[in-house]
Design a protein around this ligand. Structure first.
Ligand SMILES: Cc1ncc(C[n+]2csc(CCOP(=O)(O)OP(=O)(O)O)c2C)c(N)n1
Length: 581
């Protein structure tokens, strides 16, 4: 008889490895809000029938739902991008006090280099602030192995564990052997108000206890194999963590290394021991001088990096430059600028807003690209949900001209709704535009409560954005198709002239959802006067040749017809089927 398979060769990205590792660790519940580079963790878990994986409306809710499962005695995981942890900071700070029942791990994916983020904050700094342990793998196989350790640490030390990955780990694939056994841990639910009701009288002793737990974690950090010394050539030693460990090992393969898979609490004794074994000590880490500062504080002599290296990613070449004491050279401009997809419904909406000449407070999503030339009709973007409060504050301080807020459907449900309730309550006036493309497009097309489908593909209740807006206190809610640009323009003018708080929902499906290609357009070179109005739409399908000729790339055109709408010379028409190549 064949033995059941206990080990399997897998090829997984870091995010997939986190998901597979969590399944092997017996995680029963996972909740997240999407955010690059973390999104695929939950997408992968969503495909595991043996556990409950779900999208929450935002990271705070995701954290709390997962924590509820942990109180119920099941291992639970939440995942987010670095800025998502800002939204979930409130429960993180106090669940550190309360501690856990079954294991609880918060996976946070940082984005050094800001490939798809508005900042590059270093989550390692959060661990000492929140007083929780931090694990940091340097490869997908380590991510797989460390997740199980994170749950054990969480249970042994009664604390949530922060698990940090970065873009290069999240999105790099590695082939390794995965143990397929799934742990089966079930604890019973505890009614323990002294632990889970954090009124001051209960929280004070829990804070004292947290300090005790941290001391015990400090001991663990000194002993755990997650922090490991490899002694080779002793002339040069490196203290490294995360993906920087791989860069340093590639750049200096013969050197000695102390790799910190559990950088916090800092293994101070281990760092001193290692420092004593090598002639010259360097510390190599991406972003903040997190380990470097601790070494300085402990009087351990080590060479760190110049402040210019705190911005952006490292590489093996960067490690060599740091060792030579060089400054980071200014990065060359990125070759390709981001563009809205052909047929994207945000394009006509921004064209209309630009025509209206209004100040637009924006938010985060694909529609943020409306800030770029030539659409250039969005004027702020700081963090998710800020558009409506910015609009409210600006509107109250400005004489005459009103700002318009622009926000996507997923962002509106994430934190935009709070801004609308507050604006309505405080008597704000003006127009809020919700760009509802029925998906969370920016992060690759995830479902949200507005789409009526769950992460695991079940039909569910669908939230009505228009009813939400009415209930929140908007005086007027209109719904229209952004492709009807004349209608949108007229409505915008009317609503802006009124003394009301209005919401206009411009609704048309994202082209990633509705992939139908109704038609293809072409430009009649005889009729085209090269007025460039179609080019001003910034559609990737419309091209200007070196000879000034404007053409439509048939392979990219999805037939939205926007270019035909803006052409004053009737030079754009449907391409007949038989003429299509
Ligand atoms: C706090 C936080 N969480 C997650 C993200 C990642 N993120 C940016 S925009 C966005 C949602 C975009 O969806 P939507 O508002 O519907 O706009 P669309 O991209 O569909 O146009 C997400 C998940 C982020 N930037 N900040």
């Amino acid at each position: 008889m064949n033995k059941p398979l206990t080990q399997q060769k897998v090829l997984l990205s870091g995010n997939e490895a986190v998901a597979w590792g969590a399944r092997a660790a017996g995680v029963c519940f996972a909740s997240a809000y999407p955010g690059t580079p973390s999104t695929e963790i939950l997408e992968t878990m969503g495909a595991f029938p043996e556990l409950e994986a779900q999208w929450a409306v935002n990271e705070k809710v995701a954290y709390e739902a997962a924590f509820g499962a942990c109180i119920a005695g099941r291992r639970a995981l939440t995942a987010c991008k670095h800025v998502g942890l800002n939204v979930a900071m409130d429960p993180l700070m106090t669940t550190a006090y309360s501690g856990v029942n079954a294991g609880f791990v918060a996976v946070v994916a940082d984005d050094p280099g800001m490939h798809s983020s508005q900042n590059e904050q270093d989550t390692r700094r959060v661990a000492p602030y929140a007083k929780v342990p931090l694990l940091e793998p340097s490869s997908p196989s380590e991510a797989y192995a460390f997740i199980g350790e994170a749950f054990k640490i969480s249970e042994q030390f009664d604390v949530p564990v922060l698990f940090r990955v970065t873009t290069r780990i999240s999105h790099t694939k590695e082939s390794f052997d995965a143990v397929l056994k799934r742990e089966n841990l079930k604890k019973s639910v505890q009614k323990d108000p002294k632990k889970y009701v954090m009124i001051p009288g209960h929280a004070r002793p829990r804070h004292v206890d947290l300090e005790r737990r941290l001391m015990a974690l400090q001991d663990l950090s000194e002993k755990t194999p997650l922090n490991r010394i490899e002694l080779n050539d002793r002339k040069v030693g490196f203290i490294v963590s995360g993906v920087a460990a791989l860069y340093a090992k590639e750049a200096f393969p013969n050197a000695s290394f102390l790799t910190l898979g559990m950088p916090f609490p800092f293994p101070v004794k281990l760092m001193k021991t290692f420092a004593g074994k090598v002639e010259k000590l360097y510390v190599i880490e991406e972003l903040e001088p997190f380990i470097e500062e601790k070494l300085k504080q402990e009087g351990i002599r080590a060479v760190g990096k110049k402040p210019s290296w705190r911005c952006g990613e490292l590489s093996p070449q960067a490690v060599k430059a740091i060792v030579k004491g060089k400054e980071r050279e200014a990065a060359a401009a990125k070759a390709r600028r981001p563009l809205l997809c052909p047929g994207c419904p945000h394009r006509p909406a921004f064209r209309t807003l630009k025509k209206a000449g209004v100040y637009v407070t924006g938010d985060i999503g694909c529609y943020t690209l409306g800030a770029l030339e030539p659409l250039a009709a969005l004027h702020t973007q700081i963090c998710m949900g800020a558009s409506i409060p910015f609009f409210e504050g600006m509107g109250k301080m400005q004489d005459g001209e009103k700002a318009v807020a622009v926000i996507g459907d997923s962002t509106f449900i994430h934190t935009g709704i709070n801004g609308l309730i507050s604006a309505a309550y405080n008597g704000a006036k003006g127009v809020i535009v919700i760009m509802d493309n029925a998906i969370t497009a920016m992060t690759g097309g995830q479902q949200n409560p507005g789409t009526g489908v769950t992460l695991q593909g079940k039909e569910t209740r669908r939230v009505s954005i228009e009813k939400l807006c009415g209930a929140a206190g908007a005086d007027q809610v209109d719904v229209l198709n952004p492709y009807e640009m004349d209608g949108f323009q007229a409505l915008l003018k009317t609503r802006l002239a009124e003394d009301k708080l209005s919401v206009i929902i411009v609704r048309a499906p994202c082209k990633m959802v509705d992939r139908s290609r109704s038609a293809v357009f072409e430009i009649d070179a005889q009729k085209c006067k090269k007025c460039r109005q179609c080019l001003m739409l910034d559609c990737p399908a419309i091209l200007e040749g070196v000879d000034g000729m404007i053409t439509i790339n048939e392979a990219l055109c999805v037939g939205c017809g926007l270019c035909k709408q803006v052409c004053k010379f009737d030079a754009i028409s449907l391409k007949k089927k038989q003429d299509r190549s």
